[in-house]
Write a protein that binds this ligand. Structure first.
Ligand code: NDP
Length: 433
C-alpha cells in the first residue's frame, strides 16, 4: 500500500486477487520463492503525459493521459483507453492489473495494459474529440506498436475515437500498421463482431453458468446497468437467447420497460444521436424513467452490471438476493464492491467476475490482431463462433480450477487462479524479468 498511496481502486483489485492465491502458493511454492506476486503487482512501465489541445472557442485545454504497460509475459500489452473525468493513475492501474489475468484467461497471446485520460468527452464537438485524440496520439505513438502495446476502446472511447487515433498514428509514423490499435472500423482493418463482443461474451458466459446448473437464459428477466457499448450488446444477446431485459441506465437515471427494452430505440439514442437514456420515453410512452434511480432495486432473475467500477454495493447486492436474483455476470470491470461480492457468495448465487465474464471483448481484439497479421477479414458468424467458443472455454477452465482448489463454482477463485498460474509460469520461464 505504501508504494502506491491513494490508489484505492488498484488496492481493491490487488486485494481481490491475492485473497484467492493462498492455495496456489501452497501447491507451487516456487512462485513465492521467485517473488512472482511482488513482480506481478509492479507494472513493467508507466507513462504519464500532458495532452494540450484547443477547444472550439480557441481556448487551450490541458488533460493528463496514462498508459500503464503492466505485464508482457504472454504477449504485447493489450487493453483499452478510457476517457472519463474520473480517470487517474489508480483507476488505470486497477484496470491494467485486471487485464493481465483476463487476457491470460482468453488463451490468446496477449499481455496486460491499460490507458486513458481525465478528458471528458461529454458535450464536446466532433472536432474537439478529433483534436484531443490527435494530441494524445502525438505522444502515445512512441510507446505503442503491433509487437509492443496495442490499445483499444473502453469508457468514452469507441470507433470514432479509435479512428482519430489511428489516423494520427499512421500520419506520424508513415506506417499502415493495422495491428497497433483494435476496435477499428470494418472498412479499415476492424473485425466483425468486435463492437458486439464484450456484451455478447458476457451473456455467453452467463449462459454457461446457467447451463452448469441445468438452466438457461430462456424466459429470464434481466437488468443491465449502463447503456454504452457493453450494455447495448448484452441486451441484444440476452434477447436473442430468449430472455427479456426490462431495465437499463446511464449515470443520470434508469429506464424500466416491462415489455422488454427496445434495442433499436437505445441504439438510436446512444449510438446515433448520442443523447441521454431519458430520451427513451419519447419512443415508448409507457416506459418509466427514474432520475437517479437504482437499477438494482428492479426485481430480476439475472443482473448484468455493464457500466463502471463499484456501481453495485452491499445494499444493492442484498436487494438483488432478496428479490430472487439467481445470477450476476459482470460486463464492466470490478463493478461489484468487495462487500457486495461477499453477499453474493454467501447467498450462493452464480457470480461471474468481470475478468472472466467480460473477456470476450479483448479476446475478439486479439482475433482482430490475427486478421490484421494475416491481411484477412473473417465473416461475422465465424468470428462470433470463435468468441462463443472462447467464452465456453473460459467458463470451463474457471469452473474446473475452482473445483480443483476445493471451491467448486467459485468463479472469483477460478478466474484469478487460472490466469495467475498461466502468467506466473511464463514469467518463471523467462528468468528474473
Ligand atoms: P461506454 O462509454 O460505451 O458506456 C459506459 C456506460 O456506463 C454509459 O452508459 C455510462 O453512462 C455508464 N457510466 C460510465 N461511468 C459511469 C459512472 N461513473 N457512473 C454511472 N454510470 C457510468 O463504455 P463501455 O460500455 O465500453 O464500458 C463499460 C464497462 O465495461 C467499463 O467498466 C469497461 O471497463 C468495461 N469493459 C469494456 C470493454 C469494451 O470492449 N468496451 C471490454 C471489457 C470491459 P453515462 O453516459 O451517463 O456516463
Amino acid at each position: 500500500l505504501h508504494r502506491n498511496p491513494g490508489e484505492n481502486e488498484f488496492h481493491q483489485a490487488v486485494h481481490e486477487v491475492l485473497e484467492t492465491l493462498g492455495p496456489v502458493l501452497v501447491k507451487y511454492p516456487e512462485f513465492a520463492e521467485k517473488k512472482i506476486i511482488q513482480r506481478i503487482c509492479e507494472p513493467e512501465r508507466q507513462i504519464i503525459f500532458r495532452v494540450p489541445w484547443q477547444d472550439d472557442s480557441g481556448e487551450i485545454q490541458i488533460n493528463r493521459a496514462f498508459r500503464v504497460e503492466f505485464n508482457s509475459a504472454l504477449g504485447p500489452y493489450k487493453g483499452g483507453m478510457r476517457f472519463h473525468p474520473s480517470v487517474y493513475l489508480g483507476i488505470i492501474k486497477f484496470l491494467g492489473f485486471e487485464q493481465i489475468f483476463k487476457n491470460a484467461l482468453t488463451g490468446l497471446p496477449i499481455g496486460g495494459g491499460k490507458g486513458g485520460s481525465d478528458f471528458d468527452p461529454k458535450g464536446r464537438s466532433d472536432d474537439e474529440i478529433m483534436r484531443f485524440c490527435q494530441s494524445l496520439m502525438t505522444e502515445l505513438y512512441r510507446h505503442i506498436g503491433e509487437y509492443t502495446d496495442v490499445p483499444a476502446g473502453d469508457i468514452g472511447v469507441g470507433k470514432r475515437e479509435i479512428g482519430y487515433m489511428f489516423g494520427q498514428y499512421k500520419r506520424i509514423t508513415n506506417r499502415y500498421e493495422s495491428g497497433v490499435l483494435t476496435g477499428k472500423g470494418l472498412d479499415w482493418g476492424g473485425s466483425r463482431a468486435r463492437t458486439e463482443a464484450t456484451g455478447y461474451g458476457t451473456v455467453f458466459f452467463t449462459q454457461e453458468m446457467l447451463k452448469a446448473r441445468g438452466d438457461s437464459m430462456e424466459g429470464k428477466k434481466v437488468v443491465v446497468s449502463g447503456s454504452g457499448n457493453v450494455a447495448i450488446y448484452a441486451i441484444a444477446k440476452a434477447h436473442e437467447l430468449g430472455a427479456t431485459v426490462i431495465a437499463c441506465s446511464d449515470s443520470s437515471g434508469i429506464i424500466v420497460d416491462e415489455k422488454g427494452i427496445d434495442l433499436a430505440a437505445i441504439k438510436q439514442i446512444k449510438e446515433v444521436d448520442r443523447r441521454r437514456i431519458s430520451a427513451y420515453t419519447e419512443f415508448h410512452k409507457d416506459a418509466k424513467y427514474v432520475k437517479g434511480g437504482s437499477i438494482w432495486s428492479v426485481p430480476c432473475d439475472i443482473a448484468l452490471p455493464c457500466a463502471t467500477q463499484n456501481e453495485l454495493n452491499a445494499n444493492d447486492a442484498k436487494t438483488l438476493v432478496e428479490n430472487g436474483c439467481i445470477a450476476v455476470a459482470e460486463g464492466a470491470n470490478m463493478p461489484t464492491t468487495p462487500e457486495g461480492i461477499a453477499i453474493f457468495q454467501k447467498a450462493k448465487l452464480m457470480y461471474g467476475p468481470g475478468k472472466a465474464a467480460n473477456a470476450g471483448g479483448v479476446a475478439t481484439s486479439a482475433l482482430e490482431m490475427q486478421q490484421n497479421a494475416s491481411r484477412d477479414s473473417w465473416t461475422f458468424d465465424y468470428t462470433q463462433k470463435r468468441l462463443e467458443d472462447i467464452m465456453i472455454d473460459i467458463h470451463k477452465s474457471c469452473y474446473e480450477t475452482s473445483a480443483e482448489f476445493g471451491s467448486e463454482g467459485n468463479y472469483v477463485l477460478g478466474a484469478n487462479v487460472t490466469g495467475f498460474i498461466k502468467v506466473a509460469r511464463a514469467m518463471q520461464s523467462m528468468g528474473v524479468i
